[in-house]
Design a protein around this ligand. Structure first.
Ligand code: NI
Length: 235
């Protein structure tokens, strides 16, 4: 599986720990930021973070390694493509274009689209969106796209001349206003905005919504706006 770097990542440890399956190591406390990792001292006296699930405690503060491990991290630049070889606790073991291998944090990677037939989590996909008014595609069904968007503030008046548009609120509250009335949507509520009808969306506080519409719909419709977002950006 391939992924692309969303930012620069630099290794934090000059001398990463490593062990082989069957080695006995000393186990310390778990990390507060990355609870799937425990502070581990190897036989050579080196210490660092290791996956707790890859270590079988022996009861005396030591543990037996269940598989080979290296804490080596990878240096990578924003936009680099890497191949993902393994995943653990929010980190991926990756190989870069030069053949170097090491760990990268998942939150620095744009993961490939979830394949059809596999489940996806709206919460996980939402965590990968850091801009308002920028719909991100999470799935397609025939010619229909499912997009997640984070709304905050007020959008622009517009209409979609060729298609209806559906909003389903996942979290928070939003308004869809028309020229003569408006509707308020709360979590679990949805609306189908009819084709050709002028509308504007608003959210006083950040609101998360699922948009369901045909592939190729421009978010600002017929309006000329700074808020026009690129199409077909997946998360
Ligand atoms: Ni619209």
């Amino acid at each position: 599986m391939r992924a692309r770097l969303l930012r620069d990542v630099r290794t934090r440890y000059a001398n990463p720990i490593g062990f082989r399956r069957g080695d006995v190591v000393q186990l310390g406390a778990c990390d507060t930021e990355w609870p799937a990792f425990a502070w581990t001292t190897t036989n050579d006296g080196n210490a660092g973070w290791a996956p707790v699930e890859w270590l079988r405690p022996l009861g005396d503060g030591s543990a037996e390694a269940l598989r080979d491990y290296s804490a080596r991290e990878l240096d990578a630049d924003n936009g680099d493509d890497v191949e993902l070889l393994d995943e653990y606790g929010g980190w991926c073991w990756a190989r870069d274009a030069h053949g170097a291998e090491g760990w990268l944090p998942e939150n620095a990677l744009r993961m490939p689209p979830t394949p059809k037939g596999e489940k996806l989590s709206l919460a996980v996909k939402l965590a990968g969106i850091d801009e308002h008014w920028s719909p991100r595609v999470i799935a397609e069904m025939n010619d229909v796209q499912f997009k997640l968007v984070k709304l905050h503030g007020e959008f622009v008046w517009h209409a979609h001349d060729t298609t209806d548009e559906t909003f389903l609120v996942v979290r928070g509250e939003m308004q869809v206003a028309y020229r003569d009335h408006e509707v308020t949507l709360r979590e679990g509520e949805m609306v189908v905005i009819p084709r050709g009808v002028e509308h504007i969306t608003r959210a006083a506080d950040e609101c998360h919504a699922l948009i369901i519409e045909p592939r190729g719909v421009v978010n600002t419709g017929d309006a000329d706006s700074d808020l026009t977002a690129a199409n077909d950006v997946w998360v």
